[in-house]
Design a protein around this ligand. Structure first.
Ligand SMILES: [Zn+2]
Length: 200
């Protein structure tokens, strides 16, 4: 019904979370009607830059446009404690809470045998290297709840059994199946303060 390039745009917008056919059509027509040529240029440059300029931090895997992300390049933080998260966006969420002064490690996923995601598919090697080569004495696991998180935590715990690192995870606060995006700062702050050590 629409010209082909409008259809292509609609299909692109439909890939965004929570965007269905109708919203995607509104967004496509908004681009067509409300954006002038400069704004379209800026928009399309931003879209192409997100892949060409964004890469993973050499140390923690968080997204960055430098070699080191904004956290790892801050040498004034506490290097004895590391928060382990699933995705880069969790780092930004935790930084918004603002009461954590250590560093992060982004796994890029959780172990999930049902989805064929094994320990070698996420960045555990980078995590273990950091534990061995730095002064980390506590790892705090901050993720959504669920069997994938449990499996990943227990795997990490087993692999680090010969080290003196305390492994803890946030208790309660993050409801089972809840998306990290919808957890408010206060809930997250209290979850972090009430973390529990992971025991065998
Ligand atoms: Zn980093």
């Amino acid at each position: 019904m629409f010209p082909e390039c409008v259809n292509e745009l609609i299909e692109c917008f439909k890939k965004f979370p929570g965007v269905g056919q109708k919203s995607a059509e509104r967004m496509a027509f908004s681009l067509l009607n409300d954006f002038d040529e400069d704004e379209i240029d800026n928009f399309s440059n931003s879209v192409s830059n997100i892949k060409s300029k964004i890469k993973k931090c050499d140390v923690c895997n968080c997204i960055t446009d430098q070699d080191l992300c904004f956290v790892c390049s801050d040498k004034g933080r506490d290097n004895s404690v590391l928060i382990v998260v699933e995705n880069s966006k969790d780092v930004f969420l935790l930084e918004k809470v603002g009461n954590f002064s250590g560093y992060y490690h982004v796994l890029g996923g959780l172990i999930s045998p049902f989805d064929d995601i094994g320990p070698e598919d996420i960045d555990l090697k980078g995590l273990f290297d950091r534990v061995r080569n730095t002064n980390i004495n506590e790892i705090i696991f901050v993720t959504r709840s669920g069997i994938e998180a449990d499996t990943t935590v227990m795997y990490i715990k087993r692999c680090l059994d010969d080290s003196n690192v305390v492994i803890s995870r946030i208790a309660n606060g993050i409801p089972i199946g809840a998306d990290m995006d919808y957890i408010d700062s206060l809930t997250l702050e209290s979850a972090l303060n009430n973390r529990k050590e992971v025991l065998d």
